[in-house]
Design a protein around this ligand. Structure first.
Ligand SMILES: Nc1ncnc2c1ncn2[C@@H]1O[C@H](COP(=O)(O)OP(=O)(O)OP(=O)(O)O)[C@@H](O)[C@H]1O
Ligand SMILES: [Mg+2]
Length: 365
């Protein structure tokens, strides 16, 4: 079922008389069977967005439609939306099995007891909590409660599945396994889904498209590759990708870009569509595109760490920290001076005042 958010906004009254604008004019179209991740830092409005879709929070402005039907005016139990809550919200008197089966009984009145029990068993096995089915939530660990809450949402036959940080409490190994299984389950049943996370690896691994939010505002909506290769603005450029993109303040001059942290140096970027002379820009280069040992910029090595499969080398150029990533070991010692540079096609140019992207390599956005 297609989900459409149109100019969706949420303002909370706020305690001290200052209203909190949690979500501002959010437009988002999630296609039938698509998994979309809402990615953003703490407080950017992810949970508020999900709670408005599920109906636990009123919409301040805008509308929500699911399969062409306006749902923001309906009570939560008439929206056919399943949600795994950030705080789990399990029913304490019920066993894990009863919690997981709770919504299922209502979604499918025709479902036999045997089939419902099988669904509960299958989803519990998939999430590795089958041995906990007879227990009550209070006797479970945080990670077990989280999986019980996720199981309750996944078991349901809803038109839309909303998952709010569904694996945040799990250890990395289990999370990596469950990511794949949960995605396969959602895809096998063609579940239209919105996954909230602040973990970009999870967003990349599970989602078809990613919506990056900051301060209640959608910054960009696209595939992981689009966000990485063509970030719409400096926020997305430096937020998405690990380690973050290097960003150099610079001014456009007739002979190229003059970085603020390397006076007297010009970086020629042939083929890159630069704005007019005199304009202040930010030049972005991803760490794995920094070429150590070649180029016109210089700095001093302040750390060089081998992480098992890649080297992270941190170089200081005046007050500017530059991070380079290499897939081979780099023979540089701390304190050593090093030249570095990058290819014009690996650069991104942003307007310094608005943050808007002006060029990705040789192309305009
Ligand atoms: N019930 C509420 N009353 C007032 N302000 C609220 C309420 N719920 C959330 N907020 C505020 O709205 C903003 C967005 O909160 P929200 O919970 O949607 O963020 P989030 O992106 O889910 O963050 P996190 O990653 O920490 O879970 C925050 O500034 C938060 O303090
Ligand atoms: Mg949240």
């Amino acid at each position: 079922m297609t989900l459409a958010l149109s100019q969706l906004s949420k303002t909370y009254p706020g305690r001290d008389g200052h209203p909190v604008r949690a979500v501002l004019g959010l437009d988002l179209l999630v296609q039938d069977g698509e998994i979309v991740a809402l990615l953003g830092s703490s407080g950017c409005g992810k949970t508020s967005t999900l709670r408005m879709i599920a109906g636990f929070e009123d919409v301040t402005d805008g509308s929500i439609t699911l399969a062409g039907r306006r749902i923001d005016t309906l009570p939560p139990d008439r929206r056919r939306v399943a949600m795994a809550f950030e705080g789990y919200a399990l029913y304490p008197p019920l066993t894990v099995a009863e919690n997981i089966g709770f919504g299922l009984a209502r979604d499918r009145r025709g479902l036999s007891r045997k089939d419902a029990d099988k669904r509960v068993q299958d989803v519990a096995e998939m999430l590795e909590i089958a041995d906990l089915l007879a227990k009550r939530p209070a006797s479970l660990s945080g990670g077990q409660q989280q999986r019980a809450s996720l199981a309750r949402a996944l078991a349901r036959d809803a038109d839309l599945h909303l998952l709010d940080e569904p694996m945040g409490q799990l250890e990395p190994q289990l999370r990596a396994v469950l990511r794949g299984r949960v995605k396969a389950t959602l895809k096998a049943r063609n579940c239209t889904s919105v996954l909230v996370t602040h973990d970009q690896t999870e967003a990349n691994a599970m989602a078809d498209r990613i919506a990056v939010m900051e301060a209640g505002v959608l910054q960009q909506f696209g595939t992981g590759a689009e966000l990485r290769d063509r970030p719409a603005n400096l926020f997305v450029a430096t937020f998405f990708g690990e380690p973050p993109m290097n960003a150099f303040s610079a001014r456009v001059q007739p002979d190229g870009l003059h970085p603020a942290d390397a006076p007297g140096k010009a970086i020629a970027l042939p083929g890159v569509p630069l704005p007019d002379h005199g304009v202040n820009v930010v030049l972005g280069v991803r760490p794995h595109h920094i070429r150590l040992g070649e180029g016109t910029l210089h700095g001093s090595v302040i750390s060089n760490q081998w992480l098992g499969d890649q080297a992270h080398v941190v170089v200081e150029m005046r007050d500017k920290i530059v991070v380079a990533v290499s897939h081979a070991r780099v023979p540089l010692r701390v304190g050593e001076s090093v030249a570095f540079g990058f290819a014009p096609e690996d650069t991104h140019i942003f307007d310094a005042s608005t943050g808007r992207a002006l060029a990705h390599g040789m192309q305009r956005p």
